[in-house]
Design a protein around this ligand. Structure first.
Ligand SMILES: Nc1ncnc2c1ncn2[C@@H]1O[C@H](COP(=O)(O)OP(=O)(O)OP(=O)(O)O)[C@@H](O)[C@H]1O
Length: 280
């Protein structure tokens, strides 16, 4: 089972006033960050704002120069990198990619590929995968470890808008099913981040934090991301306002039954530039 082990009720990772200093300057400073089981936390910020440094500090790849970082004992981390260096001239199937870092039973591999939604691509050559499929293959690799904490660095890079929605939906499903904590890195708030519990906006320090809606409205965020913050960004809301019946009709929360769900999906758009329909 791709199920994280139930540990203590405390945070998976907790950073308090953490700072990292290199070559005489603070790369990040004063970072407070907590990820609990079942929680999705997203770090956003411009290039060079310290997102990767913060994540590496959170998972213990680098030690803080000030402040504290506490992790749950024996915390298992699954990491989905932003990029991998693969020699594309060599043939490499998805199955081999999954086995590059260690032996893996067929069952575990199938389960992880299934969880990432690419079971049908096990035998495919990695170089033929689309951007979204490749991200899913990297995600499957991380899921094999049955992580308590899943860390994804820019998960929707090279993925089109509908692929972006599908990937965020998958990330949420993984969280719902396994109960793991998820730490996402992104350069900006994405339209589908409404499922994120907490957004932390970095620029060498924490500029602002809160729900996606609150961060979107905060003057610090608008200052950092400029006019496009208000003009082009839409927050996608998925309202679970109905139940699908076996005959294809839907029952709404008020008990009425409708033929289709489309007309009953309500979407909020903070900026209104992107329209997206919920597939139900
Ligand atoms: N070991 C190091 N020594 C000196 N400077 C470093 C070191 N590692 C990172 N930096 C610098 O620290 C800053 C923050 O880097 P970091 O990779 O954390 O940013 P980021 O927000 O993840 O950026 P991006 O969005 O471009 O991936 C950058 O200016 C980077 O050049």
């Amino acid at each position: 089972m791709l199920q994280s082990t139930a540990g203590s009720a405390g945070p998976l990772v907790e950073m308090k006033n953490a700072g990292v200093r290199r070559s005489g300057r603070w790369l990040v400073r004063g970072v407070d960050l907590t990820v609990r089981r079942g929680e999705i936390v997203t770090l956003i910020g411009p290039n060079g704002s310290g997102k990767s440094t913060t994540v590496k500090t959170a998972i213990g790849v680098i030690a803080p120069d000030e402040g504290t970082v506490r992790r749950e004992p024996a915390l298992k981390v699954g990491y989905v990198p932003q990029k991998v260096s693969v020699d594309w001239t060599l043939p490499l199937s998805v199955e081999r990619l999954m086995r590059l870092t260690g032996p893996l039973t067929r069952g575990k591999m199938d389960e992880a590929l299934q969880a990432a939604g690419i079971a049908h691509l096990a035998g495919a050559e990695v170089q033929t995968l689309s951007g979204g499929e490749f991200q899913r293959a990297l995600l499957a690799r991380a899921l094999v470890r049955e992580p308590d904490l899943l860390v994804l660095d820019e998960p929707v890079q090279g993925v089109d808008f509908s692929g972006e929605i599908a990937l965020y939906q998958l990330i949420r499903e993984i969280r719902d099913r396994t109960g793991c904590g998820i730490l996402l890195i992104s350069h900006d708030l994405h339209v589908v981040m409404a499922e994120t519990d907490t957004v932390i906006c970095l620029n060498g320090h924490v500029c602002c934090r809160g729900t996606p809606e609150n961060v979107l409205k905060s003057p610090e965020y608008v200052r950092l991301f400029g006019a496009r913050a208000g003009d082009t960004l839409a927050i996608y809301h998925h309202h679970h306002d109905h139940t699908h019946l076996p005959d294809g009709r839907v029952r709404l929360t008020d008990g009425t039954v409708a033929e289709h769900c489309e007309e009953h999906h309500a979407h909020d758009h903070a900026g209104g530039a992107k329209e997206e329909r919920d597939a139900g």
